[in-house]
Every structure is written in C-alpha cells, then in structure tokens.
Design a protein around this ligand. Structure first.
Ligand SMILES: Cc1cc2nc3c(=O)[nH]c(=O)nc-3n(C[C@H](O)[C@H](O)[C@H](O)COP(=O)(O)O)c2cc1C
Length: 373
C-alpha cells in the first residue's frame, strides 16, 4: 500500500496537500470543511494587525479562453476553459481578535490536521518588527503548527508590506530573524515570484532562519481590456491597479522559480504553489524537490474549498505510487531536479562543432574568444 504521509519541517502530514492562504481558508467553517474533505493541512488567509478595507467591487475573477478560438475574457460563458484567476484582494479583513479562539478550536477539533497561520506586518520600523512577533506568539499560543510569513502579496496598500518585503533581501532576513527570535514552531516564508533572482531572497530568508520557502504567490498582472467598452474587465469606476494572476497560466512560471531554488538548496524544505488542479501538476513540484504542495484557484472553483480537487490529488498520488512501486513520497521527491541544466549543456546535432557559443580559438583580425562561463 502506498503511504502518502510525509514529514515536512518536522510536522507530520497525512498527505502532502494543503489549501494555500486565500479565500478557501478565510474562516473557521471553511477550514473545518476542508479538513473533512481530506486536505492534510491549510494555511490560513493572511492575518495582520493593520486595518484592511478591500476595493469597492469584485475582488477575484476568472479569465477563460473560448474552446474554439483565442478570445480571452473574464465573462462567464459556456464552451470556455479556465486560464487563470485574477485578484486584488487584500489580506484577511478580520482582525487578529476574530481569529483568536477560532484557531485553537479548529486545532482541538482536528489535532491530526496541520494548521499553518499566515501572518503579515509592516517592515518600516522596530514597531512593525514587533508586530510580526506579536502575531507569531498569538498564533503559536493558539496551537498553530507553523507560521507562514507573507512576503509575497503583490497588491498591498502599504509600501512596507507584502511583496515589497519579498523584493528586499535585507528585509527578508531581518523579518525572518525577528520572527525566529520568538517562534517555537517552524517558520515558513512565502516569497514573491516578482524578482530578478529568487535564489537571492531564498538565501536571505534561510540566513534569517526560515525552515521552509513557499512559492509562488500570484504574479503581478492586469486584467484584459474589453474591446467594446475599452474598460479593463475588472475596474472600479474605470480604474484598475496591478493585481495577481493565479491558476493554470502560472504553473510553468512558478515551476521555473521553484526549480531555481530547489537546485540552489537541495537540502532545504520547499512548499510548491501555483496552478495546481490535479495530481499531474502537483507531481511536477514534487519531482523538483518540494515536500508539500498548496492549492488555491482550483479549490475556489470547486465548492470554495476543493472537495473534488483533494479527492483527485489523493487518488492520483495513490495510483501513481502503486503503479510505480513507490512506498513513500521521499522515493521520488526531487528526482527530476538535476534534469534542468544550462542551455549550453543541451545536446547539439553531431555534425556541428559546438563550443558553448564561443569561437574555438583566436582568429587573426577578430576579437579574442570570451572565457567560457
Ligand atoms: C483571491 C485570492 C486571495 C489570496 N490571498 C492571499 C493571502 O491572503 N495570502 C497569501 O499568502 N496568498 C494569497 N493568495 C495567493 C494564493 O495563496 C496562491 O499563492 C496563488 O493563488 C497561486 O496558487 P493557485 O495558482 O493555486 O491559485 C490569494 C490568491 C487569491 C486568488
């Protein structure tokens, strides 16, 4: 029998699948429904201390392509296929006090499920660093199994929060370190994919003491413009602001970010997120070295918490392991990480004399060949 259970940052999971921090985990009732449906863990909607007021109007819409043709639109229609979610929702608009009591009740009712609290504060001064510590202590006192630091929300209303932390290596280290000073539970860091080299922010977070990196959050993006009205398909009184793209469209983008990190830190723990709707997608992250996988968009579109998504993930993983004779996730975790190489290492046709893009030797009258890298 295939054993789907795994240990990740010292925590036992009955299977490697979690709901990510987003609407599916915005309330105690959703979280408990998710556990009943089979999710091994959840990351709560991000909890903060500052006041949160969302925009006037829808916070999330879904971009679909016509099945015959290239029309992309957020209008809900038959004969179309999901391409992505687009959202500009802020973190939980419920204050910490609302979550206190509920987190502990969830954990008492589901002691074998994993409850990760996503948290966020500012980073502009010592008071804000203290706020990270306040949130960490409050959540661990409630029985949370881990905290996930949100350094990744691409559309915060404050410049010292969310992906603005994740874009600054020094802040990644400083905030993680401040949290580690008070944390008695594992600390996961959720990084933004919107930087030039995510390995640098991952390195900084590990230097600060992070136990794991989660990636990706949504990618910064705009809704498309309706060619008839010339309005963005999502707007408030005609205006739009950068929001986050999730769902199928980001799976390959997110895999690329994840691969950079798992190759750079093969011994560290990673939680893969982005575009997962079925087991084939989740498998990509595991083969790159991830120990757990998180889901948002597909779950939102499946009765808000993804009962069919988790059934499919568990059935797919069980069938895959039994067919291949794998006993545990560790048997195949990371086995495709080393297949990603630099372009110059990819084989060329034999009849050509290939030297990685450089001349063989100095040719009189021409510049000297550059050193190989
Ligand atoms: C409506 C919405 C709200 C989200 N809110 C949060 C949040 O509060 N904190 C967070 O870390 N990520 C948040 N996310 C990002 C998701 O957790 C996830 O990283 C992202 O959607 C990519 O996964 P997916 O392709 O499965 O949707 C949100 C995503 C959506 C669509």
């Amino acid at each position: 029998m295939a054993d789907l259970s795994t240990k990740f940052t010292g925590i036992r999971f009955e299977n490697p699948f979690l709901l990510s921090s987003a609407p599916p985990t915005e309330s105690d009732s959703n979280i408990m429904r998710a556990f009943d449906a089979g999710w091994a863990g959840v990351v709560t909607k991000t909890i903060g201390l500052h006041p949160v007021v969302n925009v006037k109007g829808p916070k999330t819409k879904f971009l679909r392509a016509d099945n015959s043709g290239y029309r992309l639109s957020m209008s809900k229609r038959a004969e179309s296929t999901l391409i992505a979610s687009w959202n500009w929702e802020l973190i939980s608009d419920k204050p910490l006090d609302w979550w206190i009591g509920k987190l502990s009740r969830i954990k008492k009712a589901y002691p074998n499920k994993v409850l990760v609290a996503s948290i966020m504060a500012g980073s502009g001064n010592d008071k804000e660093l203290h706020n990270w510590q306040t949130l960490t202590k409050a959540c661990q006192d409630e029985g949370a199994d881990a905290v996930e630091l949100n350094f990744s929300c691409p559309h915060m209303d404050r410049v010292d929060m969310g992906s603005n932390v994740g874009k600054d290596k020094v802040l990644c280290s400083v905030v993680t370190q401040a949290v580690k000073e008070v944390a008695t539970i594992p600390v996961w860091v959720k990084l933004t994919p919107a930087t030039a080299d995510i390995v640098e922010e991952a390195a900084a977070s590990f230097r600060g003491g992070a136990d794991a990196i989660s990636s990706s959050n949504t990618f910064p993006s705009l809704p498309v413009i309706d060619p008839n009205t010339l309005d963005f398909e999502m707007n408030v009184e005609g205006y739009v602001s950068s929001g986050g793209l999730g769902g199928p469209a980001i799976l390959p983008l997110s895999l690329a970010k994840m691969a950079q990190m798992t190759k750079a830190f093969p011994d560290k723990a990673f939680s893969g997120i982005g575009g997962v709707a079925n087991f084939d997608h989740a498998l990509c992250y595991i083969l790159l070295g991830c120990g757990t996988v998180q889901v948002c968009t597909a779950a939102m579109l499946d009765q808000a918490i993804g009962p069919n998504v988790i059934k499919g993930l568990i059935a797919g993983m069980t069938e895959f392991m039994e067919r291949r004779g794998y006993k545990s996730l560790e048997d195949f975790q990371g086995i495709r990480r080393d297949r990603i190489v630099s372009h110059s290492q990819i084989k060329r046709p034999e009849q050509f004399d290939y030297r990685g893009g450089y001349e063989a030797e100095e040719v009189e009258g021409y510049a000297r060949p550059l050193a190989r890298v």
